[in-house]
Design a protein around this ligand. Sequence first.
Ligand code: NAP
Length: 330
Amino acid sequence: MNRSRIIDNAIELPVVTSFSRFGYETRRRLGAWEPLDGYDLHGRVIVVTGATSGLGRAAAEQLARCGATLVLVGRDPERTAETARTLTSLTGNDRVSHWAADMGEHDQVRNLADHILTMHERLDVVIHNAGALTATRRVTSYGTEATVASQVVGPFLLTSLLLDRLEASAPSRVITMSSGGMYAAALQVDGLEMDENSYRGTDQYARAKRAQVVLNEMWAQRCGARGIRFHSLHPGWASTPGVDAALPRFATVMGPILRTPEQGADTLVWLAADDGEPLETNGGFWLDRRLRPIHRLVGTRRSDTPDRRNRLWNLVATLAGCQDPGTDSA
Ligand SMILES: NC(=O)c1ccc[n+]([C@@H]2O[C@H](COP(=O)([O-])OP(=O)(O)OC[C@H]3O[C@@H](n4cnc5c(N)ncnc54)[C@H](OP(=O)(O)O)[C@@H]3O)[C@@H](O)[C@H]2O)c1
């Protein structure tokens, strides 16, 4: 094992060294990372959800700088349009468009897919980044708990609707922003959506993030042969409006060691842009440009059985209103 691997492994174990800006800075230096500005993405079409703030905003700006054709997705039409205008003015890239959709609402996700398919003949990358940790339980208009709806079911539906175009544009990629918080969560199917009595925002969020990572592996197994690469990742801990709003005490106490949004978004952009490992591997879970295990605890590993995985897939497909998107058109 080379020196950089040994040091990376040593800082991976304690969460504080791995997830903080220390982890990012150490690994970037040791790995002699390719600078993101060096990627030329002219001609590549990339969809970014949650592009109006935090990590998604930082990733979109870097992708625009690299010349990509972008579809920015946010919930608020004016805020999303304003983000697109700002990115164009900052980067000089005028191929930045926008579309408003709440990823938790089926009809809006279907409209988003129609828009992408109508406006773009090819589709290189879909980035499922939109997400929030919410203290108060909310359900969507079709009755699914909102965290699960917007971070598990909506992305599943969007991927399903875009599969054929992704296949036609292969090698293409679907990238999902999960969270290190998922390490604490077992794989839940019957308990994927927490009810009113048991709801705790942090637990609900971790369950949804665990489901994202498992579904990412399942998509890769089912669709790898179609030339589509699936990746999930976590950004470490980054200072963003989302963290300030959801975890104000954490944001204050940990402030000095949090990553910048750009540092938190680095691996997301690299997975979208690099034609090496991100195209040579499929289904992996990443932090700081390196594959990471999806379990750190014996209990969560035990929960992750083939039977439970299949039940999760079927549940999410049913909630999304899809048949079997891995093999049929949705
Ligand atoms: N920051 C961290 O340390 C950290 C750590 C682990 C994981 N993450 C993950 O990273 C992703 C980005 O988080 P962030 O920290 O950058 O948060 P953020 O600053 O709050 O940005 C979140 C983005 O997601 C959008 N969004 C939220 N719910 C949505 C929905 N239902 N439909 C469509 N868009 C929605 C927001 O759009 P609006 O403009 O409509 O609000 C916003 O653009 C999330 O998936 C989060 O779970 C972040």
